[in-house]
Ligand binder design. Structure first.
Ligand code: NAG
Ligand code: NAG
Length: 516
């Protein structure tokens, strides 16, 4: 019996040894060959707080940050005159650079020497203060979310875009920045938006809290974009204009290069940059070559507040003194003068990385029935991840637009920026909305029409019928929510108009789908 046990013991020791050897071998094999498999998105995201109602907005911390930044900004204030314009130039299309005389950087602004000297030294001091100070933006670590600005007439448009965000399966929390209490719409902010994982934040609650004696920043709406980013709750932020929406889940972009490698992604405008040489003098650096990237269409921006603190703080400085100095310097009167160039200019000056999607922005529209050409009413921006896959292999479709499809297929569409005119159902039907030259829902013979029918290959690249789904959401907002918007208080028949239009132009859409 004892012998048997010993034998057994011996045999089991031998067997254990074999097991250990095999296990060690397997471990080594595993160690050498194991490549972590990418987790499905849903699992990777589990550490992120998706439910906005469970993360209160850190108002006091944001106020404290703004007080510090505001002090630095005022400490480097500008007292000089704005630049004067001494001539005109024709904005060059980016793809024509190098093939015609427009290759030369426009230079039509002049400043007095004394103002230039002040701007230069204040810029230097601000950059030094940002670099040497250690306060920073407030955000919940490892969080991702979407920020936008809206108020008044833009609120219905913003809700349509938010519904389109949710259509892509994206559940990211969403923060809407409003100027002040007059823009805050209680029922909308407290009843409707929370059900869409969204909330309102009133900027004046932050701006007006400054210690007595500090002047009100007096910022205007078009300067708010940077403040929506700076004061949002998220570490990784997608800023969206109220009239821009994604056509595929934008959350994926945060997980791949170039976001993971560059931390700041912007999108191109049609034009070449027209930054004045004076700006580079003020920023004390070499001009960025005109061929480096297109000017920026800032309706959508991905940025990490963790990696791009300095860029965002300098961009805040540029926007604060934008109307007075930096907006004219960045555009010299070219199309869409405003915040658009402040982000990349700040990143370049702060030596922080960025990636501007190189695939050109594409107009979406229809061919006029009277033969007078193309009628665009939206802009399409492409996936920066797919764009980066090409450019990091040295493939730049933009450098040969005509032959581009022979080089590589285009990156998939990511955003539709429906900005001209905005698809506001209160003003869309009938005559052209005030200030616009046409109504995109009417053809040249006065009949209702789809607005987005060309170019065909671009529409084929969408994974769904974007315009049809957009109208379903316009109808949902018009028929379910009309009562919530102050801007629509005195409007009648918005729902009926939308429903009639949608039935005629998109027949076959079931009512039931709209009841969701
Ligand atoms: C600006 O900052 C400097 C150095 O921190 C300080 O000495 C100066 O008083 C400040 N100026 C203003 C106008 O706040
Ligand atoms: C950026 O890099 C340049 C060149 O190395 C340097 O001269 C400049 O001071 C840097 N700027 C900042 C803000 O650090």
């Amino acid at each position: 019996m004892l012998a048997y046990q010993r034998l057994l013991g011996h045999r089991s020791t031998q067997r254990s040894f074999t097991y250990v050897a095999v296990a060690t071998f397997l471990c080594l094999l595993f160690y050498y060959y194991y490549q972590p498999l990418p987790l499905p998105y849903s699992l990777q995201y589990s550490f992120i707080q998706h439910d906005i109602s469970r993360v209160p907005y850190q108002l006091d911390a944001h106020i404290k940050f703004w007080e510090q930044l505001h002090t630095s900004i005022l400490n480097c204030s500008l007292t000089g005159d704005s630049p004067i314009k001494i001539g005109e130039f024709v904005t060059a299309a980016f793809e024509n650079l190098g093939t015609n005389a427009a290759d030369i950087r426009p230079d039509v602004l002049r400043m007095k020497d004394i103002d230039l000297t002040e701007a230069t030294s204040q810029h230097q001091r601000f950059v030094a203060q940002v670099r040497d100070s250690n306060y920073g933006m407030v955000f919940k670590p490892k969080s991702r979310g979407i920020a936008t600005t809206a108020g008044g007439n833009l609120l219905p448009i913003m809700v349509m875009s938010l519904r389109m965000v949710r259509q892509t399966g994206c559940t990211l929390p969403f923060e809407v920045f409003m100027a002040d209490e007059t823009e805050y719409e209680k029922e909308l902010c407290e009843q409707v938006l929370p059900s869409l994982n969204a909330r309102c934040i009133v900027l004046s609650h932050i701006f007006d809290s400054l210690a007595p004696g500090l002047p009100d920043p007096g910022l205007k709406h078009y300067q708010f974009k940077i403040f929506a980013i700076l004061l949002s709750s998220f570490e990784d932020v997608l800023f969206l204009d109220a009239d821009s929406f994604p056509v595929q889940d934008p959350e994926k972009i945060f997980l791949t290069a170039p976001f993971t490698s560059h931390g700041l992604i912007t999108f191109p405008d049609f034009w070449a940059s027209s930054i004045s040489p004076l700006y580079y003098q003020i920023a004390s650096r070499d001009p960025t070559p005109l061929t480096a990237h297109q000017s920026t269409e800032s309706g959508q921006i991905f940025v990490s507040k963790r990696t791009h603190r300095n860029t965002l703080m300098l961009a805040a400085y540029y926007n604060f003194y934008g109307p007075q100095l930096y907006y004219p310097l960045f555009s010299q009167g070219a199309h869409g003068e405003g915040d658009k160039e402040t982000f990349l200019a700040a990143a370049e000056t702060m030596n922080e990385t960025y990636y501007q999607t190189s695939e050109w922005v594409k107009p979406l529209g229809r061919i006029r029935t009277d033969g007078s050409g193309f009628k665009g009413s939206a802009m399409v921006q492409s996936s920066p991840s797919e764009d980066y896959t090409l450019t990091s292999r040295g493939i730049w479709r933009i450098r040969d637009m005509k032959g581009a499809d022979l080089l590589a297929p285009p990156p998939a569409p990511l955003f539709v920026h429906a900005n001209y005119p905005k698809f506001n159902p209160a003003t869309l039907f009938g005559s052209a909305p005030t200030g616009y030259v046409f109504n995109p829902t009417l053809d040249e013979t006065g009949h209702d029409t789809r607005a987005w029918m060309e170019p065909r290959p671009l529409l084929d690249a969408f994974e769904f019928d974007v315009e049809k789904v957009f109208w379903e959401e316009i109808e949902w907002v018009s028929c379910r929510m009309a009562g919530y918007f102050k801007a629509w208080k005195d409007e009648d028949g918005i729902c009926e108009n939308v429903r009639k239009f949608r039935m005629k132009v998109f027949p076959g859409t079931e009512e039931a789908k709209l009841e969701k």
